[in-house]
Design a protein around this ligand. Structure first.
Ligand SMILES: [Ca+2]
Length: 147
């Protein structure tokens, strides 16, 4: 299993003199790096979770959600001003950009997906307790490869 964090990886543009507050005020910034997106024309629907209710598909219950464009098979998003604590992230490649996670009539996903910790059960959806990670402060990178 791949590690969820690329420890030591600097959080890009946020760690600059222009924006020192991200590290000094005790809040957490999470930079989500999504890779391996094979469908390059859609968007990536990224949801941040602070609890298991609704996880992973009831994203109306997620703490925050964002849709960002896919560029060269990758997508980036940043969640700022978070309290230190436990979180999980889900992402799916919204190929048709309808902000819905599409399935076929058998319930099999038609759009690729991934979760933090890169958990990937074969016959069921991932659980929150498998995808959860701790964020203690400052900026952390969460790398997710989707399939
Ligand atoms: Ca869709």
């Amino acid at each position: 299993m791949r590690r969820p964090f690329l420890t030591g990886l600097v959080c890009g543009l946020l760690v600059t003199a222009a924006e020192p507050s991200a590290r000094q005020d005790g809040t957490v910034t999470l930079q989500i790096h999504v890779t391996d997106i094979t469908h390059t024309n859609g968007s990536a629907g990224i949801a941040l979770w602070a609890g298991e209710k609704g996880f992973p598909e009831g994203i109306e219950r997620a703490l925050r959600t964002i849709y960002v464009p896919v560029v060269d098979g990758q997508a980036r998003a940043t969640f700022e001003d978070l309290e230190p604590g436990d979180y999980a992230v889900t992402v799916f490649n919204d190929k048709d950009q309808d902000e819905e996670f599409d399935r076929n009539w058998l319930g099999v996903p038609r759009e690729s997906w991934g979760v933090s910790n890169n958990v990937r059960p074969r016959l069921r959806a991932p659980r929150y307790d498998e995808a959860v990670f701790s964020a203690s402060g400052g900026c952390q990178v969460v790398a997710i490869a989707i399939e």
